[in-house]
Each structure stands twice: as structure tokens, then as C-alpha cells.
Design a binder for this molecule. Structure first.
Ligand code: PGA
Length: 258
């Protein structure tokens, strides 16, 4: 039996104004009981974090807040950037780092990912560190080497002494927003590669305590099959996190027959 507490995190991407965010968090709050079992987080755009925080605090919604990215400096002349200190002051617990859309569209590299992870951790934010291969890499049999090198570069020089300091999200790029999901078995195998890499870096015991999420077209209908896999400790959910009912069904996967 795994002692890792499952985490379902919604990545809203560039969707929802601050007003729409207010309604969505309210809708989630009505139906999200306090829970021991599954931890739930949402990662709205920066512009909606304050609204989400206000609803969360006012209505006592049992949800954690996260951001979708951050810069590694505390403050300064960095037009357009948002700092870890700013996210902390908005009550964020999590920050997604190195999402494949940022790597592919916004020139994120392993080096910048590494700096962001390090900075997030030093501010007490928990990075949700994303990794994953392209379809070409998978078909060429390069998935394993790619994942190992992505995880090792992202974590180069970073000390972890407690498994709750970081979350890793395995997100095969070909499954993101495409409706194609890795089979539960494939997703589990890849998460195992990530865990073995973490064990190489930090020892088996610590690696066993780090949560590894699967992401890529997670929907209410496939979440149970994915979540019962032993190496998968939760989900990073994009599209299906934008509708309260869908997201709630994923968050409540345990009551749907596990
Ligand atoms: P998706 O996105 O669920 O829409 O595929 C997942 C993600 O990008 O984190």
C-alpha cells in the first residue's frame, strides 16, 4: 500500500477570466468535501489567482492553489515576470514548472527549469516538475533515455530531503490536449522510470515518498484506470479541469469504484 497521498491538480492554462474563475471555484467548493484521501489543487492563470484565493478563503473551499509558471528572481526589472514571493503571498502551495507548452512555445530549457525548481523550493513552493517525451521519441525507443536526462537536468544540484518538497508530472507530449491517453500500463512504466531516476539521485526511500502524477487527456472516464496503477500518484488535468462536473468526477475517482 502506497502512503503517498494522491494529488489531482487542475492546469487551467490560458482559460478563465478572474470572474469566471470565481464561479468555477465556487462550483467546486460546493461539492468538494474536506478530505483526508485525495488532495485537490487548481492552477489558474496569474490574473485569476487572487479571485480564486478570495473564494477559497471566504467559502472555505478545500482546495490548494498553484501557479502555472514563475521566474526565479524575487523581484527586479523583469517585465512580464512573476516571482515566487508574489505567488507565496497569494497563498499558492504549488507551481507548475517546465510544462511542455512552455518548453515548446516559450523557450523553456532544462537550465531555466532547474533554476525555477531551485528557487521555488527555496521559497517553500512545491514545484510540479513536468517531463515527458514526444511521439517521435517514443516511437524511436528513446523514451527512457529522454525521461532520465530530463529529470536529471531539471534536478541538477538540487537537494531534496523530504518527499513532500516536490511533485513530478509525467506528461507524454503526444497525449496533451489530443484526446490520446497513454495506456495505464505505459503511463505506469514511464512513472516507474521517473521514480528509478529519482532513486538514483536521492536514494530509494526518498524516491518512494515523492508523488508522480500522470498528465495528458485525463478525463472522468479514464481517471480510475490510471489512478489504480501503483506508480501513479495523481493527475495533472488540463481540459477536463475547466468544467466543475468533470473535474469533480476526477477528484472523486475513489468513490467511483476503487
Ligand atoms: P490535457 O492537458 O489534460 O488537456 O491533455 C494536460 C496538461 O497539459 O497538463
Amino acid at each position: 500500500m502506497s502512503e503517498r497521498r494522491p494529488l489531482i491538480a487542475g492546469n487551467w492554462k490560458m482559460f478563465k477570466t478572474h470572474l469566471e474563475a470565481t464561479s468555477l471555484v465556487q462550483a467546486l467548493g460546493y461539492k468538494l468535501p474536506a478530505r483526508e484521501g485525495v488532495e485537490v489543487a487548481i492552477c489558474p492563470p496569474f490574473t485569476a489567482l487572487r479571485s480564486a484565493q478570495l473564494v477559497k478563503d471566504t467559502d472555505n473551499v478545500h482546495i490548494e492553489l498553484g501557479a502555472q509558471d514563475m521566474y526565479w528572481e524575487d523581484e527586479g526589472a523583469f517585465t512580464g515576470q512573476v516571482s515566487p514571493t508574489m505567488l507565496k503571498s497569494l497563498g499558492c502551495k504549488y507551481v507548475i514548472i517546465g510544462h511542455s507548452e512552455r518548453r515548446q512555445l516559450f523557450a523553456e530549457t532544462n537550465e531555466t527549469v532547474n533554476k525555477k525548481i531551485s528557487s521555488a523550493m527555496s521559497h517553500g513552493l512545491v514545484p510540479i516538475f513536468c517531463c515527458g517525451e514526444t511521439l517521435e521519441q517514443r516511437e524511436a525507443g528513446q523514451m527512457k533515455d529522454w525521461l532520465v536526462s530530463q529529470v536529471k537536468s531539471g534536478l541538477a544540484g538540487i537537494e531534496i530531503d523530504n518527499g513532500s518538497q516536490i511533485v513530478v508530472a509525467y506528461e507524454p507530449i503526444w497525449a496533451i490536449g489530443t484526446g490520446m491517453t497513454a495506456t495505464p500500463q505505459d503511463a505506469n512504466d514511464s512513472c516507474r522510470v521517473v521514480r528509478e531516476t529519482l532513486a538514483d539521485l536521492y536514494g530509494a526511500e526518498l524516491a518512494e515518498s515523492i508523488r508522480i502524477l500522470y498528465g495528458g487527456s485525463v478525463k472522468p472516464d479514464n481517471s480510475i484506470q490510471l489512478m489504480i496503477e501503483p506508480q501513479i500518484d495523481g493527475a495533472l488535468v488540463g481540459g477536463a479541469s475547466l468544467k466543475a462536473d468533470d473535474f469533480l468526477r476526477i477528484c472523486n475517482y475513489k468513490s467511483a469504484g476503487m
